[in-house]
Design a protein around this ligand. Structure first.
Ligand code: IMP
Length: 427
């Protein structure tokens, strides 16, 4: 066993990874964000205070933890500096943050294009967060991207920006949008680079050194596997891979270091943005869950779509990402419902299937097949050991374990760090 733990979102994002990462971060030496950017919103509550992080790793509140923003991320330097300022204002000034020199930089034209491409999609919007994430990854792969390390080299950055703007301004012009001025962008991003310079480094070298020294490393995924560019509900996905499989590539660490993965899932399901969602609810139960679970987007404030727990989705995630344990979040939200449902399979064009079809056309035609379980009414928000949970609550958890062949190691019964039932220590 290595000293690593990967936290993976096992649904469509917003599963409560921030809380769990923060929980495990207490025993970590290093916390690493490895993909995505400020499209993520991680809410962490401790000492009665609530913090919303977007691109900064969740270990930032502990001065002993080294926090890494790895090469697989897309980083918006403007919003990163704002995020750091917000932390300073909240009194968080003693922290360690390392930013990969190879991470892609989100530029203003990425944000402009994100909105423009969405409006060109006719009625079939992806519903992106409009943070420029997709266009920044697109530029990375088409090799016109600017990397965080580039901002530190006056001459090289000028070349990279010049070349990027040749393409980007043409695109903006074709879309009838205002073009970007080289001098303004150059001055602004050079200044941001200098501001972040003390934190920008080769994080792969650093992480490998930490591994060799026996440090405990926690990898914090953003979004969820159902939003994975390869294994998610394409095209209603994000532009990176939140799977455990992507960690080595996204960090510059060998795959042999990755062997323990906790899938974080809600006791029900939510989704933001568009795309098929077989267990979605449109009734009073959805309202009940949305209000009790405060199911509104951290980044965009949009009401989240709500549905029953879907074991087909969880098994898909277990297969494509690898998951050894589950962390079941927002369990207390289900209290008070008479009957709970769990989806065990889909009916597609009259036949039963137990996998997630690759096309959204097929997934949209899938009807969820359910089993029903009795609910509970007892307040569980201050339960601290598993055995004290109501019998029906334990039966619900056992059923999830049986259907997903995965052990539930953690049950979260409220937003605070203390409201966490640990059945099995895994890190
Ligand atoms: P993008 O990541 O902004 O390109 O958005 C693509 C899709 O991923 C949209 O449906 C977003 O709502 C969704 N998405 C992106 N980040 C998150 C997240 O952190 N939680 C939940 N959904 C997300």
């Amino acid at each position: 066993m290595n000293n690593t733990l990967v936290v993976v979102g096992a649904q469509w994002g917003d599963e409560g990874k921030g809380k769990i990462t923060d929980f495990y971060a207490r025993s970590a030496d290093v916390v690493v964000r490895h993909q995505g950017g400020n499209n993520a919103g991680h809410t962490i509550v401790f000492d009665g205070r609530k913090f919303a992080l977007q691109s900064i790793p969740s270990g930032i509140f502990n001065p002993h933890i080294k926090n890494v923003m790895a090469n697989g991320m897309v980083i918006n330097p403007v919003s990163l500096v704002e995020e750091l300022e917000r932390l300073h204002k909240a009194g968080v000034t003693d922290y360690q943050l390392f930013i990969s020199d190879r991470a892609a930089c989100v530029m203003p034209y990425h944000q402009m294009l994100d909105g423009a491409y969405e409006s060109l999609k006719g009625g079939r919007l992806i519903g992106t967060t409009k943070k420029g994430i997709g266009p920044a990854y697109t530029d990375k792969y088409s090799r016109v991207g600017i990397r965080m390390g580039d901002l530190l080299d006056a001459e090289y950055f000028a070349e990279r920006l010049h070349d990027a703007l040749l393409q980007k301004n043409l695109e903006l012009k074709m879309l009838g949008m205002e073009q970007c001025d080289f001098d303004t962008l150059y001055a602004q991003y050079r200044e941001l680079g200098e501001r972040l310079r003390p934190m920008i480094c080769d994080t792969s070298v650093m992480l490998n050194r930490e591994m060799e020294q026996g440090s405990k490393i926690l990898f914090e995924g953003a979004q969820g596997v159902m939003l994975c560019i390869d294994h998610g509900t394409y095209p209603f996905v994000t532009s990176s891979s939140p799977t455990a499989a992507s960690v080595p590539l996204n960090t510059g660490l060998a795959p042999r270091y990755i062997d323990r993965v906790v899938g974080v899932c809600k006791a029900y399901t939510t989704r933001v943005g568009e795309g098929p969602f077989p267990t979605e609810l449109h009734d009073d139960t959805a309202e009940y869950i949305r209000e009790r679970g405060h199911e509104y987007g951290t980044v965009t404030g949009r009401p989240r779509r709500v549905g029953w727990f879907d074991a087909v989705v969880l098994n898909h995630v277990r297969r494509v990402s690898g998951i050894n344990y589950l962390s079941l979040m927002l369990f207390d939200v289900l209290t008070g419902l008479d009957t709970l449902r769990i989806c065990t399979g889909y009916r597609l064009d009259g036949r039963h299937i137990d996998y997630v079809p690759s096309t959204i056309a097929e997934l949209s035609r899938c009807e969820a097949e359910y089993i029903e379980l009795p609910g509970w009414t007892e307040d569980i928000t201050s339960v601290s050991d598993y055995d004290s949970l109501p019998a029906n609550a334990k039966a619900y958890i056992s059923k999830i374990e049986e259907l997903t062949s995965t052990e539930v190691a953690v049950v979260s019964v409220g937003p605070d760090r203390e409201q966490t039932i640990v059945r099995r220590p895994i890190f």
